[in-house]
Write a protein that binds this ligand. Structure first.
Ligand code: CTP
Length: 404
């Protein structure tokens, strides 16, 4: 359990802070809500008090004997401001302490995360950009806003990320993962999920990939500033904030989507589980039992190796990251097989999952080893898939800089 201060700014997106509060308490954290006076015009103090089980105040004049404006910040493990309005970012950047939230920001020794939400014009204004740069320079994490529908009919960058995304990213910070703005300006293409190879209009051959590790890689890359395209094979989950999603079904669809989007990418991550084989013939109508043509076997045809094709066609400077789910056997151990695969596929990095004990599929936790073509081995220990994603990006980022 961690002690989290949830600062709430006065924007209409304040209503989503109640859902974030709920998500954080469900993860077992003790949350103290510190809204601004304007935030309470959007959501009442009673909502925050009931959901957090803690008192709510906005002014340094409440609870004076406890010296709350100093104590709340000093004792927190994490401060998150959600939503962070343009005004709140300005007040934080200039070091104001004119209410309980800004005073708390000045006394916090822990990581501080701002989750901005405002109109696009305000987000893009040089004053806001300078304030964000100042806060980042001082060590605060300022997440990029999502792109989408804003208050009223307009849309663009400035939307508050969904509470589930924010809660997952805050857990990364609490677990010690990096959410630096180090992928800014980087175009990332991630494939995730598992392909389905049709047999007839209702049946397919599939695999057990949940897409969660690819989702986490996309979400963390977006949080670290990347421009992310996510080619998603049969994943039902809500798209992570900040990512353009291209839905695909079969290995053939995935191959076309990757070929279309890869030329513009600085990094390509092939986290999808791509079927190696597809049924040679796809029936136009449902195969019926008892009919004269009842099938007795399914003939299979080899699919293209998408990763190998991407490596062969990659533009100068592009980094290609493959995945491998391996088991040890009589011929070699997991890393031995993985090294051979890295050499065979020709990618720059290979993220290796040991699936010997059937772990990984559909689980919230993962552990991987990242092998680099230069022989470097990085172990990313067991943790939630978003934390593992930060470990993978930590291995990618230094290689990007040297290639650009
Ligand atoms: N991959 C791909 N196209 C395929 C099969 C796999 O692009 N037809 C990619 C996966 O997305 C992953 C990597 O190749 O990034 C390794 O996948 P894996 O299934 O472990 O490798 P295979 O080449 O199928 O090797 P094998 O089944 O022989 O272990």
């Amino acid at each position: 359990m961690s002690r989290i201060v949830l600062g709430v700014g006065g924007g209409v997106a304040a209503y989503k802070s109640a859902l974030l509060l709920r998500a954080l308490t469900e993860r077992g954290h003790d949350v103290r809500v510190v809204p601004t006076a304007s935030a309470l015009r959007f959501v009442g103090a009673a909502t925050f008090e009931a959901l957090s089980g803690n008192p709510v105040s906005t002014e340094v004049w409440d609870d004076v004997p406890e010296v709350a404006h100093v104590r709340i910040g000093q004792t927190a493990d994490l401060v998150v401001v959600n939503p962070a309005t343009a005004d709140l970012l300005a007040r934080a950047a200039s070091g104001r302490a004119d209410d309980l939230l800004t005073a708390t920001l000045l006394t916090a020794h822990c990581p501080v995360v701002f989750v901005p939400a405002m109109h696009t014009e305000m987000w893009l204004h040089p004053a806001t950009r300078d304030n964000v740069a100042t806060l980042r320079r001082r060590g605060a994490i300022v997440l990029p806003p999502a792109v989408g529908r804003l208050t009223g009919p307009d849309s663009g960058p400035g939307r508050l990320p969904e509470p589930a995304d924010v809660a997952a990213l805050l857990q990364v910070v609490l677990d010690g993962g990096t959410l630096a703005h180090d992928l800014a300006g980087t175009r990332v293409l991630v494939s995730a999920g598992g392909t389905r190879e049709p047999l007839d209009p209702v049946r397919y051959l599939g695999n057990r990939s949940s897409g969660r590790q690819g989702w986490a890689l996309a979400r963390v890359a977006a949080a670290r500033g990347a421009d992310v395209t996510l080619v998603a094979a049969n994943v039902e989950d809500t798209a992570p904030f900040g990512c353009r999603v291209v839905p695909v079904g079969s290995a053939g669809d995935l191959r076309s989507a990757m070929a279309e989007h890869a030329p513009a990418a600085d990094v390509v991550v092939m986290a999808a589980a791509v079927a190696d084989f597809r049924p040679t013939a796809v029936a136009d109508t449902k195969m019926k039992k008892g009919s004269g043509s009842e099938p007795t076997a399914v003939a299979l045809t080899r699919n293209a190796d998408v990763l190998a094709e991407l490596v062969a066609a990659r533009p100068e400077g592009q980094l290609v990251v493959g995945f491998a789910a391996e088991t040890g056997d009589a011929d070699d151990d997991v890393l031995g097989h993985a090294r051979a695969k890295l050499a065979r596929k020709g990618c720059d990095l290979l993220v290796v999952n040991d699936v010997s004990a059937g772990q990984v599929f559909g689980r919230p936790d993962n552990a991987v080893t990242v092998l680099a073509a230069d022989g470097t081995v990085t172990t990313v220990p067991t943790g939630p898939k978003d934390l593992v994603a930060t470990g993978i990006w930590d291995a990618v980022v230094p290689r990007l800089r040297t290639r650009r």
